[in-house]
Design a protein around this ligand. Structure first.
Ligand code: PSU
Ligand code: MN
Length: 299
């Protein structure tokens, strides 16, 4: 029933036992404008290769679950309008009806696990939105981390979110949040925040080992690896704070809801920073891809 299609590169890596890193596609369709989205997707794939692993960008195309996209498929997806944003709740319906959709962190984790891929790189995970006490807007990415055994390398949760509440939900659900190489929890566009990460590890091999130990213990779920954006590429928190506040106010005034919230905020912050947020976003995704490749190789 399920149609799972591997790219030639990924099929080859599977048969020869090379390390593979999963990559999501919502960041392409809903997280960045064209043509930077497809340029970034290609750069991120190349970064994975340069660091010793094979990239598998995941999406649903005409009902088939693709593990690895060729350049033509990547370009088409990046240019398409009205691509669905798929999470755990809507992935199966999309596949059953022959639809096309981009996978969020949650959906990419599900697909990666189906394809036996243990490491996944993205920009920033979804989390608890500010005002969640009235909207109940909590990303399905968090519950996915609690149940699907994939290690996700991200630059923390996106700074548009309520970070303390996001950490609380992750803790309640038993998700290890591991800062890489520093005590402070990275804040997406900024390398540090004023919150310490619950855990810290300093090498890819330790992260790989922790993933394996969880598996041996029979614990469900994955790990969130919070990898700071390189200092040279960061936008300091103080610069971003008023921009994020303005974007959040506009979202409220325009009554932006549900799946549209994150894409709206990212687009407004891109405009309000004259593109600087996108430049930082590209740098942090590449940095995450490099670390994910090293973790996958260490496994
Ligand atoms: N990382 C980025 N840009 C993005 C995303 C992650 O740098 O656009 C996407 C991921 O697909 C993540 C989604 O799962 O944003 C979160 O959406 P929501 O807040 O609606 O759960
Ligand atoms: Mn949401």
């Amino acid at each position: 029933m399920i149609k799972m299609t591997f790219s030639a590169e990924v099929a080859d890596a599977r048969s020869s036992g090379q390390p593979i890193v999963a990559l999501e596609s919502t960041i392409i369709t809903h997280g960045m404008p064209y043509p930077q989205n497809v340029e970034t997707a290609r750069l991120v794939e190349q970064t994975v290769r340069d660091n010793g692993a094979v990239p598998a960008t995941i999406a649903v195309l005409d009902g088939a679950l693709h593990i690895g996209l060729d350049d033509d498929q990547l370009t088409k997806l990046a240019q398409a309008d009205n691509v669905a944003k798929l999470s755990r709740a809507d992935m199966a319906v999309c596949m059953a009806t022959g639809g096309t959709g981009a996978t969020t962190v949650a959906a990419t984790m599900i697909a990666a696990h189906m394809a036996d891929i243990k490491v996944f790189a993205t920009g920033g995970i979804g989390g608890v939105h500010r005002g969640a006490e009235t909207t109940f807007d909590i990303s399905a990415d968090l519950s996915e981390l609690a149940q699907t055994p994939v290690s996700v390398v991200a630059a923390g949760a996106k700074a548009i979110l309520d970070i303390p509440k996001t950490l609380e939900v992750l803790e309640t659900n038993g998700v290890p949040v591991i800062a890489y190489g520093q005590d402070s929890l990275p804040a997406f566009w900024s390398a540090t925040s004023d919150i310490d990460a619950p855990l810290r590890l300093d090498s890819a091999s330790e992260i790989a080992k922790a993933h394996a130990v969880r598996g041996e213990m029979g614990l469900p779920g994955g790990q969130l690896i919070a990898n700071p954006i390189p200092k040279a590429d960061e936008i300091p928190q103080a610069t971003l704070r008023p921009v994020i506040d303005q974007a959040l106010n506009e979202a409220e005034e325009r009554n932006i809801q549900a799946k549209a919230v994150t894409p709206f905020l990212l687009q407004r912050i891109f405009e309000l920073t004259d593109g600087a947020s996108l430049t930082a976003n590209i740098a942090l995704v590449r940095n995450n891809a490099a670390l994910a490749a090293k973790i996958a190789a260490a496994m």
